[in-house]
Design a binder for this molecule. Structure first.
Ligand code: MTE
Length: 370
C-alpha cells in the first residue's frame, strides 16, 4: 500500500516535540499540553509504528468476521448509517513518561517520550457494540481483534499493526469506531478514515486505519499484542524475557504530570500556581491529586477543574494548586488517586522495565523562586 511522506502531509503544530520523523512520532510540549482541555487535532500527539497508509475512502470496506453468525463487510457509508455517538476520551500511550525510566537505566529501541504521549479529544462514530450486534456474535467469542492497514516491516515480515480487547470491553458503549475527531473528519495521521477508540486502555489498542475486525477465542497474536506492550519485572532483560509470561497490557493505571512550572524554571516570589493533568484507567476516575514540597512527608490537596463532568470518566482531569514558597530551589512532587483508591508509586526505579512502559511514578519538578 502506498504511504504518505510523513514530513509533508500533516497539518501539525510547529511547536510539537518531534521524537521521530519517519515514521512520524510527536507530542505537545508541557506548556501547550494543558492549554486546552480538548486537544486540537494539530496538537494531538501522534504515535505511528509505520508510515500513514494512503486509503481510498470510496473503495474502503471493513470486514467483521470470525466467530460471527452474520459476517459483514461495511463501506464507510454503511458505517455512518449506524447511530452516531460522541465520546470524550483521553488517549495515552503506554510509553508516556518513559524518559524518567530511561534516566534510571537505558531502555533500548523505544521512543524517549516525555509526558507528551497523551491528548484528549471528542471522538465521533459508530459504537463497536452496534456493529458486533449486527454481526451476531457467537457464544465462544472472547476477544475482538483489530488489524490496521499500515505496513510494519519486522524481521523480513510485513504486517499491519494490530491488537485485541476482551469481548466485555468491546461490547461496552464507550468503544467507538471513530470517523470524527473534535467534530471534524478524522485526519489520516490519527487513523482516518476509521479507527478504533478504546477509552481507559493503553493507546495501542485504539488501532488506526482499521482494516479488519475479528471475533475470536484468544487475544490477538499480532506482534503488538503478543510480543510488544507487555510488562516485565525490573530484573528481566530483553534477552531473557519469556514473552508468554509478560503481563499483556490493557487498562491504564492512575497517572499524573506537572505541566507548570516546567523543570528548571525560575519564577517570581509570591504565590506559585502549580498545574498539571491526571488520568485514571479502565472505568475509574481521578478523585484527588496531592502535592508535596518536602518529598512526600506532608501533602496539600490540589483543586480539580470541572471541565469534564462526572460522567466523562474517560477524560483526563486538570488540576491546580497555589503554593506560597520562599525564595530558593524547590522540588514539587504530585500523586493522583483514582476511584478505586489506587495511587502512584513514589519512585520509577521500583517499576522500571526494559520496554519503559507504564511509568506512573510521582512526577517531580525542580524550579527556583527568586
Ligand atoms: N494503529 C496503527 N494501525 N498503527 C500504529 O502505529 N499506534 C498505536 C495506536 N494505534 C498505531 C495504531 C499507539 S501505540 C497509540 S499510543 C495510538 O495509536 C496513538 O494514536 P494517535 O497517533 O492518534 O495519538
Amino acid at each position: 500500500m502506498p504511504a504518505h511522506d510523513s514530513t509533508e502531509s500533516f497539518d501539525k503544530h510547529p511547536s510539537l516535540i518531534i521524537r521521530e520523523l519517519h515514521p512520524f512520532n510527536a507530542g505537545p510540549p508541557p506548556e501547550l499540553l494543558r492549554r486546552a482541555f480538548i486537544t486540537p487535532q494539530e496538537l494531538f500527539f501522534v504515535r505511528n509504528h509505520a508510515p500513514v497508509p494512503a486509503i481510498d475512502a470510496a473503495d474502503y470496506r471493513l470486514p467483521v468476521k470470525g466467530l460471527a453468525q452474520n459476517a459483514l463487510s461495511l463501506s464507510l457509508d454503511e458505517l455512518r448509517r449506524f447511530p452516531k455517538h460522541e465520546v470524550m476520551a483521553t488517549l495515552q500511550c503506554a510509553g508516556n513518561r518513559r524518559d524518567v525510566m530511561t534516566a534510571i537505566r537505558p531502555v533500548s529501541g523505544e521512543l524517549p517520550w516525555g509526558a507528551e504521549a497523551i491528548s484528549n479529544a471528542i471522538w465521533g462514530g459508530a459504537r463497536l457494540r452496534d456493529i458486533l450486534d449486527a454481526a451476531r456474535v457467537e457464544g465462544e467469542a472472547r476477544h475482538v481483534a483489530f488489524l490496521g492497514l499500515d505496513e510494519i516491516k519486522k524481521k523480513g515480515a510485513r504486517f499491519g499493526f494490530g491488537g485485541s480487547i476482551p469481548i466485555e470491553k468491546a461490547l461496552s458503549p464507550e468503544v467507538i469506531l471513530a470517523y470524527e475527531m473534535n467534530g471534524e473528519a478524522l485526519a489520516p495521521v490519527h487513523g482516518g478514515p476509521l479507527r478504533v477508540v478504546v477509552p481507559g486502555y493503553i493507546g495501542a489498542r485504539s488501532v488506526k486505519w482499521i482494516g479488519e475486525v475479528t471475533l475470536q477465542t484468544d487475544p490477538s497474536d499480532n506482534y503488538y499484542q503478543a510480543r510488544s506492550y507487555k510488562l516485565f519485572p525490573p530484573q528481566t532483560t530483553v534477552d531473557d524475557a519469556d514473552w508468554e509470561r509478560g503481563l499483556m497490557l490493557g487498562e491504564l493505571s492512575v497517572n499524573s504530570f506537572i505541566t507548570s512550572p516546567v523543570e528548571g524554571a525560575v519564577v517570581e516570589d509570591g504565590t506559585i500556581a502549580v498545574q498539571g493533568y491526571a488520568t485514571a484507567g479502565g472505568n475509574r476516575r481521578v478523585e484527588r491529586v496531592d502535592l508535596s514540597i518536602d518529598g512526600g512527608a506532608t501533602w496539600t490537596t490540589a483543586t480539580l477543574d470541572d471541565d469534564a463532568d462526572a460522567t466523562q470518566s474517560w477524560a483526563w482531569r486538570f488540576w491546580e494548586a497555589q503554593l506560597d514558597l520562599p525564595t530558593g530551589a524547590h522540588t514539587v512532587v504530585a500523586r493522583a488517586w483514582d476511584s478505586a483508591a489506587n495511587t502512584q508509586p513514589a519512585d520509577a526505579s521500583t517499576i522500571w522495565n526494559f520496554k519503559g512502559y507504564m511509568n506512573n511514578a510521582w512526577p517531580r519538578v525542580t524550579f527556583k523562586v527568586r
